[in-house]
Design a protein around this ligand. Sequence first.
Ligand code: BTN
Length: 312
Amino acid sequence: MNLEENILRRLIESPERLSGELLAKELKVSRVAIWKSIKKLKEKGYPIDTAKRGYFLENKDILLKEDLRSLISKSKLFTEVVHLWETPSTMEVAKALAEAGQRAIVIAERQTKGRGRMNRDWDSPQGGIWLTFVLLEPFPLKRSFLLTYLASVATAKAIIDVTKLAAKVKWPNDVLVAGKKVAGILLEIKAEVDALVYALVGIGINVNNPVEGKPYLLPASSLRELTGELITRKNLLERLISCFEDSFFNLERLLEEWRDLSETLGKEVKIKTFQEEIVGYALDLSPDGALLVKTKEGHIKNVFSGDCIHLR
Ligand code: BTN
């Protein structure tokens, strides 16, 4: 651990303000070295209060490199975590790593050009979880649709475990709590004839960040807003990685898990695809991943992608 990480760890652990003198003594460096590191940390955006004598970190929801590394120490899918303070989008960083053959998880504190499905903007201020999983496992192209379901199921399960909120999945790629969107999934793949070369699974979760902006299709919220508490992102990340891996190695159970968590099945829905608008009753998921919608004329439509609104 370098000095900046050591200082952060001490500030996270301490319920009280810590003086430069004490930090210097504990970490066996000069007070000037402490002062310089604190300055660098503040420049990076860590909200360290230096107003009175000594240093204090009120918001202790900080991701430390060492903690992140330990999150993947037992992982079968990932060998490294890349943690960035700010980046346009974790999808771009992940793509470069995937091309270089690195099984990485890319996490950013802030994204300046975060994107959602259909190239929509995805607001990504500090406090959320903005990450992309780089998957290099062999995977048949015609089953790649499973990865979006996998990511939404894992995200919903992690939210339920950590916050006890009743998270649900909404077709095709959202996670909701109390009818509000708290997370979204973005899947990008590179494929050869019938197999994936890699998949980039982007997950955005509104955790402690403010949620602003015009709602698109449905209102959004954050886990902090819904629980009234600051959520420790490290715990949520830990559960997310472990739920993701569990589901990845148990794909035969995945569609059943999605059905169990579904907010869409059994509802009247309106779905806009590139070709048409479909209104009907969301019956089920087919084994090949389509949403089966029964129209009022009694036709069953297999819908593979589109924007979905729950009507009733
Ligand atoms: C959606 O609901 O439309 C999908 C949102 C996906 C957002 C995540 S945040 C991490 C990753 N990087 C991005 O730019 N987008 C995804």
